[in-house]
Ligand binder design. Structure first.
Ligand SMILES: [Zn+2]
Length: 295
């Protein structure tokens, strides 16, 4: 699977949103499906982890999403993911090679399965086109407030919005999702990666002694979607040499059991070298889309 295909998938999502006339948030994947005569049905999940699927039957196409998904943002993402399988070149053929039905476990994208990853990126581009994301952020600092704003405008989960923010914004920021004492995954904006030689925050590695670790010690903080903030440093998280203090903003992701941390700093200017080209060149190495988080 190539970076190029992933980028194309995201671009095609963005293009589809534009083609359907969306020049402001929110993009409605249900309406797009309807315009294509695709039936959408809620379905009781009979398998753990199944978020939805797509069925190709002669000329008819149907999409379903699991009813145990309570989060509207996650439902919308699921439908957008299935639309990816419909719109992306080669996807229907790839699916039909195996069976007329494809079941997706969005949020748990199998790293080796390219069509799943491509569909996730299509969904991300469709629901949060970079132009519209840019309109929300402007040139200002992107912290938790901005991510919450994007999430509510785009009607997407906080984690999907946070990852998209790191992809689109010129401002140095890092997004870390954690559970208990461990890191689930991390995502950095291009300009953040350039701050110093940073250690890679591996899945499963222990959280450093930070506000986030303290926050996670009380499960109620996470379950009740509480927020907190503190001061931290680049070195504390990424064991690097540069001395740079950062704002650490933390929010519990509710029943899903994960915590979202956003690292940013008022002191950091927008990287003048950063441009669309850079944005297109990032991805994959640190990209592990896990959009399942409940909110
Ligand atoms: Zn899928």
């Amino acid at each position: 699977m190539s970076k190029f295909r992933i980028q194309m998938a995201r671009r095609q999502g963005e293009r589809k949103a534009k083609e359907m006339g969306y020049d402001s948030f929110p993009v409605d994947p249900f309406a797009i499906a309807e315009a294509e005569d695709i039936t959408i049905e809620p379905k009781k999940a009979d398998q753990v982890g199944v978020s939805g699927g797509i069925i190709f039957h002669n000329d008819n196409v149907g999409i379903f999403y699991a009813t145990n998904i309570k989060s509207e943002g996650f439902r919308r993402f699921t439908v957008a993911h299935e639309l990816g399988h419909y719109f992306l070149e080669g996807h229907p053929e790839e699916i039909l090679k195996i069976a007329p039905i494809h079941i997706s476990k969005a949020g748990f994208s199998q790293g080796t399965n390219s069509i799943e990853l491509e569909a996730d990126h299509f969904a991300s581009g469709l629901l949060m086109p970079s132009k519209l994301v840019g309109d929300v952020f402007g040139g200002s600092k992107v912290g938790l407030d901005a991510i919450v704003a994007l999430s509510s405008l785009a009607e997407c989960s906080l984690t999907a919005s946070a990852i998209r923010a790191a992809e689109c914004c010129d401002y140095p920021m890092a997004v870390i999702v954690s559970s208990g004492g461990n890191i689930a995954y991390a995502f950095m904006s291009e300009s953040f990666k350039k701050l110093d030689k940073l250690a890679f925050l591996r899945k499963g590695s222990p959280l450093p002694t930070t506000t986030t670790l303290q926050f996670n010690k009380d499960a109620k903080n996470v379950a009740h979607s509480r927020t907190t903030c503190g001061e931290t440093s680049l070195a504390q998280w990424f064991s690097c040499n540069r001395r740079l203090s950062l704002d650490e903003e933390v929010i519990g992701l509710g029943s899903y059991g994960y915590t979202l941390t956003v690292l940013s700093s008022e002191e950091l200017a927008v990287d003048p070298d950063d441009n669309d080209q850079d944005e297109e060149e990032q991805l994959l190495d640190s990209w592990t889309p896990k959009f399942a988080h409940g909110r």
